[in-house]
Ligand binder design. Structure first.
Ligand code: UDP
Ligand code: MG
Length: 311
């Protein structure tokens, strides 16, 4: 029987934290009673610098199965999750990461453990139904996933951060020190044997999504910049294309001038100025995204700080 840890990052989740802990403790108790996991299994709540009562409610929660890792500040979902994964490394046989709002179906954790027992090192939870998500969230998610997969980011379609990892994978994960962290791309490229379980995603029980559009966009940009330089190649291709077009335009001008006519227009001068100015700024912006990440990576600052551990 494997020892399992449930790793739950949470940020300002006072509305749901107690009921989530109830549900997860209940699940753990059930699995232990069924002999599916060992009695030493536990839940780790990573408090990502919440400003509300999350930490108070969690620390008052009476259960020997719940441990709390309180981070000193808000470092974002990916790094909070990483902190939790580092914390359980070496203490368990496998762990399952899951969001505190329990939008992901906890019942498939049983199948994840079965796959682990059968030899899978990573088991991906995959949403095969997004009906609970808003139209906007559904649309943007599809666009982001497709775009990233096209650009070569090693993503498992419709898989986010609900997954089982074996302790072997956790140990290997410690070798990654990157600031620009996009976990859902890291694991598929590690190459461990994996399996998939499917579920339908539910609505949030309460509270608001902590991933508004701009945070989602930032996550997507992080994903792209940390796995592929495709956007840089687009700049080069665009540059070549415009250069080619300018040679054609030069030939056209030559022909017009040789015919003894004037080259027409104000528009033929001003439009390219705006057009090229825009494209150049965009290209510089894309370069900037990569450079700012080089800057952050080279500083090698710690990815999170643990303020205290409540066991
Ligand atoms: N979260 C976090 N730090 C943050 C933002 C979010 O730890 O800075 C946690 C949050 O509490 C939740 C999970 O990350 O457990 C996913 O967030 P959310 O449910 O808001 O995202 P969505 O499901 O809307 O994509
Ligand atoms: Mg959620």
């Amino acid at each position: 029987m494997p020892t399992l840890a449930l790793v739950v990052p949470c940020f300002n989740e006072e509305e749901i934290i107690v009921s989530s802990l109830d549900i997860l403790s209940d699940l753990l108790g059930r699995f232990i009673a069924q002999g599916k996991i060992s009695e030493t299994s536990f839940i780790v709540l990573v408090d990502d610098g919440s400003k509300d009562k999350t930490i108070l409610l969690a620390s008052q929660y009476k259960s020997s199965k719940v441990k709390i890792l309180k981070l000193a500040s808000n470092v974002g979902h990916q790094h909070a999750l990483l902190a939790g994964l580092h914390f359980v490394t070496g203490k368990v046989d496998c762990c399952v990461s899951i969001d505190a709002d329990l939008q992901d179906d906890i019942e498939v954790i049983a199948q994840m453990v079965d796959f682990y027992n059968a030899g899978a090192q990573i088991v991906y939870g995959i949403r095969d139904n997004r009906e609970a998500d808003s139209f906007f969230k559904k649309g943007t998610a599809v666009v982001f996933y497709q775009l990233m997969i096209k650009m070569g980011v090693p993503l498992v379609f419709n898989h986010a951060d609900f997954r089982l990892l074996s302790n072997n994978v956790l140990i290997e994960l410690q070798k990654y020190q990157e600031v620009n962290l996009f976990l859902r791309g890291l694991f598929p490229q590690m190459g461990f044997s994996s399996a998939q379980v499917f579920y339908s995603r539910r609505k949030r029980m309460a509270g608001e999504s902590k991933y508004p559009f701009f945070k989602m966009l930032k996550l997507a940009v992080n994903g792209i910049t940390s796995f592929t330089n495709y956007p840089l190649k687009i700049i080069t291709a665009l540059g070549s294309l415009i250069f080619g077009a300018s040679i054609l335009a030069t030939m056209w001008i030559l022909v017009v001038v040789l015919q003894g006519k004037n080259v027409p227009g104000w528009a033929s001068i001003t439009l390219p100025i705006y057009f090229l100015g825009g494209i150049q700024l965009l290209a510089i912006g894309i370069l900037g995204e990569y450079i700012s990440r080089i800057y952050l990576e080279t500083k090698r600052r710690p990815l999170y700080h643990v303020e205290k551990i409540i066991e």
